[in-house]
Design a protein around this ligand. Structure first.
Ligand code: KG4
Ligand code: ZN
Length: 340
């Protein structure tokens, strides 16, 4: 089981990669649909599915060429089985399963968040189990304890909006393009500290859960109370980013204290945020723990993390060839734990 093709199509990125169990990542490619969804202010699921159909096979050919291998050399095909948009997931699942069937090799459904939380291991072999993972994407905000591949315990999660959603919705209120997270972060660079103060919901709730919907309402109130000139927008962006990052940092520290662990993994798109990275690095040097980030290109959705998660699973489990597939638009990562 050495050569694995990974396919990601859970949302608005078509990601394909080939991973070799001994030689590592051989090639990967990504097509982002951001420009296509931009004019609608968010992801349009039907358009996303159609675009995955258009892009997937050319990307698979491209990656195989780059890796210098033929499809016949593949030993397994991994695809994102969930969570995500059902139509988009179905594109990846059906292509992966039919290709695997034609090649008579296993097709492996991977949990998208498992891909994210194992992705720092792709580039940093000094990370060892157990660790705490902060999963911060457009749809999820969770703190997990990771004791090994397939051994995940949920410590806390958002009760409403995800951190990425808080970034995106606040960005929209500030008139920024979708996806708003990186745009808001850019605007925040021009913002002045201390001009606005936004609430830090549930920061001291005594547990590891999050809530971000109140923050969005507070941003809405600010945008209504002030004339939105360039500087004011930047100041609001600054305050928004500061509030989200402070809550994420405080809760991550609390998770490390509660479990006594000293390694923190940041996974998911919001992990690309430079202010979050700076705050976590500072907290790490003060409190004596290590923070691990995936390489920037593997922070957001990609096929490499799916191929890699499958490679780790294959080291532990024999996979049967079963080409019946069902996608899981909602999927609890803990249900996915397996015993050895
Ligand atoms: O993990 P991801 O690529 O897709 C999902 O599985 O959701 O995460 C996307 C999220 C979006 O909400 C996006 O705005 C946010 O990650 N994001 C950022 C940054 N880059 C991406 N948020 C804040 N700062 C960034 N630099
Ligand atoms: Zn993701």
């Amino acid at each position: 089981m050495k050569l694995i093709l990974g396919i990601e199509s859970s949302c608005d990125e078509t990601g394909v990669a080939i991973y070799h169990a001994e030689r590592g990542l051989l090639a990967h490619a990504l097509h982002t649909q951001v420009a296509m969804h931009n004019e609608y202010g968010g992801v349009v699921p039907e358009l996303a599915s159609r675009d995955h159909i258009r892009r997937m096979l050319p990307l698979i050919r491209l990656v195989a060429d780059e890796a210098g291998c033929r499809l016949q050399h593949l030993n397994a095909i991994a695809y994102t089985q969930g969570p995500g948009l059902s139509g988009a997931l179905l594109v990846g699942a059906s292509i992966a399963c039919s290709l695997a069937y034609s090649l008579n090799i296993p097709a492996i459904g991977i949990h998208h968040l498992e891909g994210h939380l194992l992705s720092p291991l792709l580039s940093d072999s000094t990370l060892k189990f157990p660790f705490i993972a902060l999963l911060v994407s457009g749809g999820h905000t969770q703190l997990m304890r990771v004791d090994g591949v397939g051994k995940y315990t949920l410590l806390g999660e958002t009760l409403d909006d995800a951190a990425g959603e808080a970034f995106d919705k606040s960005a929209k209120l500030l008139g920024l393009c979708y996806p708003g997270g990186p745009e808001l972060a850019k605007l925040a660079n021009q913002g002045r500290p201390g001009h606005f103060h936004l609430p830090r919901p549930m920061q001291h709730s005594g547990n590891l859960d999050f809530s971000f919907s109140g923050l969005k309402t507070a941003v809405l109130t600010l945008t209504r109370q002030h004339t939105l000139d360039e500087q004011t927008r930047a100041d609001i962006a600054y305050a928004t980013q500061e509030a989200i990052v402070e809550v994420l940092t405080t809760k991550s520290l609390a998770a490390l204290k509660q479990t006594g662990l000293n390694q923190l993994v940041i996974a998911g798109g919001v992990g690309a945020n430079q202010h979050l990275r700076a705050q976590l690095n500072e907290a790490a040097s003060k409190n004596g723990f290590r923070v691990f980030y995936p390489d920037l290109e593997f922070c957001t959705d990609n096929g490499a993390m799916i191929a890699f998660a499958a490679a780790l699973r294959l080291q532990k489990q024999e996979m049967k060839s079963d080409y019946r597939f069902n996608v899981r638009p909602r999927w609890d990562l803990q249900q996915f734990n397996y015993s050895e």
